[in-house]
Write a protein that binds this ligand. Structure first.
Ligand SMILES: NC(=O)c1ccc[n+]([C@@H]2O[C@H](COP(=O)([O-])OP(=O)(O)OC[C@H]3O[C@@H](n4cnc5c(N)ncnc54)[C@H](OP(=O)(O)O)[C@@H]3O)[C@@H](O)[C@H]2O)c1
Length: 315
C-alpha cells in the first residue's frame, strides 16, 4: 500500500495510473468539492481531506510502505499562498509519516525551480518545502525529485503554447539564449516506479530530465513542435517585449487580488520563464537506479496530442 497526494492533478494522476497498473494499491488524498466525486478505481482508496488536516494525513499514511507527496501549489499571489501548501503541507505529510511505528519511505516531488529560490514565491516555496522535509528526515528515509518542466496529457501550463503552435504561432518572451530541460509525464511516473523498487536513491536530491544533453533552446522546441503538430509547416515566433510581459503580469496580479483567483502569469512567473538556465540531467538518478527515460520531446509531444508515432517500449 502506497500513499499519494496530488492524485487529482496533472502529474499525480499520471502517477496514480502508473502505480495502479504496476500492481500497487494506492491510498490517495483528494479535496472534496461540490460537484466533484472521485471515480472508483481498482486498487485505489480515496481519503478525503486537505494537507492541513492532521486526521486525514494520518489516515493517508498509516500502514503504507512509501509516501509520494506530489500535491503542490503552482499558482498563487503571495508567498503565504505558496508556503501554506508547498512548505507547511509538505512538512505535515512528512511529520505524519515520521510518526508511524514503521516509518514509510518518503518521496517529495519538488521542482527544478528549487535550485533558484530567489526567483519567485513558487521557487522559494519549493526550496523551503525541501528544507522542511529534511528537518523531519531523521525519522524518515527520504528522496527529493526535482523535475524540470513536465508536459503530457492533462497539462495546463504548456497547453496554451502548444495550442498556439498548432495554429502556427508561438508567443514567447523576447530575448535569446534561454535553455531548458523537459520531461514527459510518463517518464516522471516511471522514475517514481523505479524509486519504489530500490532504496539506492534514499537521502538524495535528484534532478530528472528526458536525457537531452544540454537541454533545449526555444528554436529547437518550436521546430520539433511544428513538425509534430503542424506537419512541418512554419511556426511564427511572436516575441513579447519584456516591458509588455511584466506589465501584463502586474495587471494580472492586481486583478487576481481584486477578483480572488489564483493567477498563473505573475511577476514571479516572468522571472521563472525568462531565467536563462533551466537545464538539468538525470545522471545521478540513472547511475543509482538504472532508470532511463523513454520519451524524447518528439515522442512525448506526439503521445500528448495523440499523433501516430511508435511508442517506446520499456526494457
Ligand atoms: N507541472 C510541472 O511542469 C511541474 C514541474 C516540476 C514540479 N512540479 C511539481 O509537481 C507537483 C504537481 O504539479 P502539477 O503540475 O500536477 O499541479 P496541479 O495539476 O495543479 O496539481 C496539484 C495537485 O495538488 C493538490 N493540492 C493542492 N493544494 C492542496 C491542498 N492544500 N491539499 C490537498 N491537495 C492539494 C491539487 O488538488 P486539487 O485537485 O484539489 O486542486 C492537485 O491534486 C507540484 O508539487 C509541482 O510543484 C510540477
Amino acid at each position: 500500500m502506497l500513499a499519494l497526494t496530488g492524485a487529482t492533478g496533472f502529474i499525480g494522476n499520471a502517477l496514480l495510473n502508473r502505480l495502479t497498473t504496476t500492481g500497487y494499491r494506492v491510498r490517495a488524498l483528494y479535496r472534496p468539492r461540490a460537484g466533484r466525486s472521485q471515480p472508483a478505481l481498482p486498487g485505489v482508496e480515496w481519503i478525503s481531506g486537505d494537507l492541513q488536516e492532521a486526521g486525514a494525513l494520518e489516515a493517508l499514511v498509516t500502514g503504507t510502505r512509501a509516501v509520494i507527496h506530489c500535491a503542490g501549489s503552482v499558482r498563487g499571489i503571495t508567498q503565504a499562498d505558496f508556503d501554506s501548501v508547498n512548505v507547511d503541507g509538505a512538512m505535515r505529510v512528512a511529520q505524519a509519516a515520521a510518526r508511524q511505528k514503521q516509518a514509510p519511505r518518503f518521496l517529495l516531488i519538488s521542482s527544478l525551480a528549487a535550485r533558484s529560490p530567489q526567483l519567485s514565491h513558487y521557487a522559494g516555496s519549493k526550496w523551503r518545502g525541501e528544507c522542511a522535509l529534511k528537518k523531519v528526515a531523521a525519522d524518515l528515509p527520504w528522496t527529493i525529485f526535482r523535475p524540470p518542466a513536465v508536459y503530457g496529457p492533462g497539462d495546463r501550463e504548456m497547453l496554451p503554447l502548444f495550442r498556439g503552435i498548432e495554429k502556427g504561432f508561438a508567443l514567447l518572451p523576447a530575448g535569446a539564449g534561454r535553455r531548458l530541460s523537459l520531461i514527459y509525464v510518463d517518464d516522471l511516473a516511471s522514475a517514481v516506479a523505479r524509486w519504489l523498487e530500490t532504496t539506492a536513491a534514499d537521502g538524495q536530491t535528484l534532478e530528472l530530465d528526458d536525457g537531452c544533453i544540454g537541454g533545449y533552446d526555444w528554436d529547437s522546441i518550436l521546430e520539433t513542435a511544428g513538425s509534430v503538430l503542424r506537419n512541418n509547416k512554419r511556426v511564427n515566433r511572436l516575441a513579447i517585449p519584456m516591458t509588455m510581459l511584466k506589465t501584463f503580469a502586474h495587471i494580472n496580479l492586481t486583478a487576481a487580488r481584486i477578483f480572488g483567483y489564483a493567477p498563473m502569469l505573475t511577476p514571479g512567473k516572468v522571472m521563472e520563464i525568462t531565467h536563462p538556465d533551466w537545464v538539468c540531467n538525470n545522471y545521478a538518478f540513472a547511475q543509482l537506479t538504472g532508470w532511463k527515460p523513454m520519451f524524447d520531446f518528439e515522442q512525448g509531444l506526439s503521445c500528448t496530442f495523440g499523433k501516430n508515432i511508435a511508442v517506446p517500449l520499456e526494457t
